[in-house]
Design a protein around this ligand. Structure first.
Ligand code: UD1
Ligand code: MG
Length: 443
């Protein structure tokens, strides 16, 4: 028996050329997102964490978006969808000079852990598979294990007898092979089954036929989840979120109501961050120590620095940075906004394409008018500025350090440092006017 170990070179093949018919979608199955990232991006990341020499994705013709999701790694095209073994063959040319371990993983299994994949790659056997036990194995391939606890073969659901369908050991779809053995096995796989496909899963029986042992690594059912339908996708999302909530709490984050907080796969929260109920983290969020994120806030593409306050009901959009101890209050929307340390934007404001200097106060109902209907423009507010309530700052415009804007102003010209900008009609009081008007109505 040949032996191998994880010290050998490693290459990964990600299969993603399937039709995904059961998703009933106009887009490729592996592009459907879990925790804000396409499923294939999760698989790619797990593969990358094993530091392989090469990652090759197998895609359907014309799947440019999928190729972009696996970039910078190579992708090859499986011209016809003739099954998982046929798909692996499509990667042969790209790996012709590679010798070592080849890990084959499916692009529709977004919950796989790097540790599990690494355990599989580290097996001594020339071929190993990942298996899990299930009380409801549905349509997974069944792993037939003999009395000596050796995996004899995999039987696909469509081809399985009643007795085989009763088997609880399922194929998770991840397999590791010595490269020479893999190419040898693929040559021997034929489409002798109900679907008339070249099944990669036949590799197990063929390995046993050579009198070699097929290694088996087990994981739990949730980790192995293969997403084939929208229902599976929702199960994957729920499982990911449960994992993420547990993970951030282990890191020292307080979640008042974990089940109502949603994370992206790349959310970074430092210790002593507090998150109130019903908060959504879209992609690209990083939050530093001591920040409080209050209820019903939505953040995406944002960095929040130490001890700042966000929300309740705040919307922080991509390109935004909140400085240390800054306060962003209720019904405030920020887009591409840099808010410096100690600044306050506490009530009902839109701040887009802007810089707000340290300690400045943006009053209730301030709107940064960044869009002229054709182009976006920048607003620069200096440090220690006071913007009175219900003001509009029409970009491009600059407000100097220490300036004050009178409430209700529509500011269209720059305001120098330490000046007061007022841009509204002067008030006129007409003595007795209201009383006279009421009398005239009484007739
Ligand atoms: C497959 C396994 C099954 C296992 C399950 C785990 C086979 C024959 N069956 O079934 O034993 O329990 O995964 O989730 O392998 N693909 C291609 N080209 C093809 C066909 C498929 O690239 O011609 C890709 C798909 O994009 C997908 C992966 O291979 O990422 C698996 O295909 P899928 O149709 O989802 O197989 P399952 O029925 O889930
Ligand atoms: Mg599948």
């Amino acid at each position: 028996m040949t032996t191998s170990s994880s010290s050998q070179g490693l290459a990964c093949i990600i299969l993603a050329a399937g039709e995904g018919t059961r998703m009933r979608s106009g887009k490729a199955k592996v592009l459907h997102a879990v925790a804000g990232f396409p499923m294939i991006a999760h698989v790619k990341r797990a593969c990358e964490s094993l530091s392989p020499q090469k990652i090759v994705a197998v895609l359907a013709p014309g799947a440019e978006e999928v190729a972009a999701a696996v970039a910078p790694h190579a992708s090859v095209v499986q011209k016809e969808r003739l099954g998982t073994a046929h798909a692996v063959l499509a990667a042969k040319d790209a790996l012709k000079d590679f010798k070592g371990r080849i890990l084959v993983v499916y692009g529709d299994t977004p919950l796989l852990r790097p540790e599990t994949m690494s355990a599989l790659v580290g097996q001594k056997a020339p071929m190993s598979l990942l298996s899990f036990e299930s009380d409801k194995p549905n349509q997974y391939g069944r792993v037939v294990i003999n009395d000596n606890s050796v995996a004899e073969k995999i039987v696909e659901f469509a081809d399985a007898s009643e007795a085989e369908r009763a088997i609880r050991h399922c194929n998770a779809g991840v397999m590791a092979f010595d490269s020479a053995l893999l190419w040898e096995l693929l040559d021997a796989i034929k489409p002798h089954n109900k679907k008339n496909e070249y099944y990669l899963t036949d590799a197990v029986g063929l390995t046993r036929g050579k009198n070699l042992i097929c290694g088996v690594v087990t994981c739990d059912e949730e980790e192995a989840l293969g997403v084939n339908s929208r229902t599976d996708l929702s199960v994957a999302e729920a499982a990911f979120q449960k994992r993420a909530r547990h993970y951030v709490m282990e890191l020292g984050v307080t979640l008042h109501d974990p089940a109502s907080v949603y994370f992206s796969a790349d959310t970074k929260l430092a210790r002593d961050v507090t998150v109130e109920p019903h908060v959504v983290f879209g992609p690209g969020v990083e939050v530093e120590e001591g920040v409080e994120i209050r209820a019903f806030s939505h953040l995406a593409g944002v960095r929040v620095k130490k001890n700042a306050f966000v929300g309740p009901f705040a919307r922080l959009r991509p390109g935004t940075q909140i400085g240390e101890e800054a306060h962003i209050g209720n019904f405030v929307e920020l887009k591409k906004a840099q808010v410096d340390a100690g600044a306050k934007i506490n009530h009902f404001s839109y701040v887009g394409d802007a810089h707000v200097g340290a300690r400045s106060n943006i009053g209730a109902g301030t709107i940064f008018c960044n869009y002229d209907g054709v182009h976006k423009h920048q607003t620069d507010v200096g440090a220690d500025v006071f913007v009175g309530s219900n003001s509009s700052l029409v970009a491009p415009v600059t407000i100097g350090d220490g300036a004050t804007i009178a409430a209700g102003s529509v500011i269209t010209e720059n305001v120098p440092a330490d000046a007061m900008g007022v841009a509204r009609a002067r008030q006129v009081n007409k003595p007795g006017w209201a009383k006279r008007w009421r009398s005239s109505k009484k007739g």
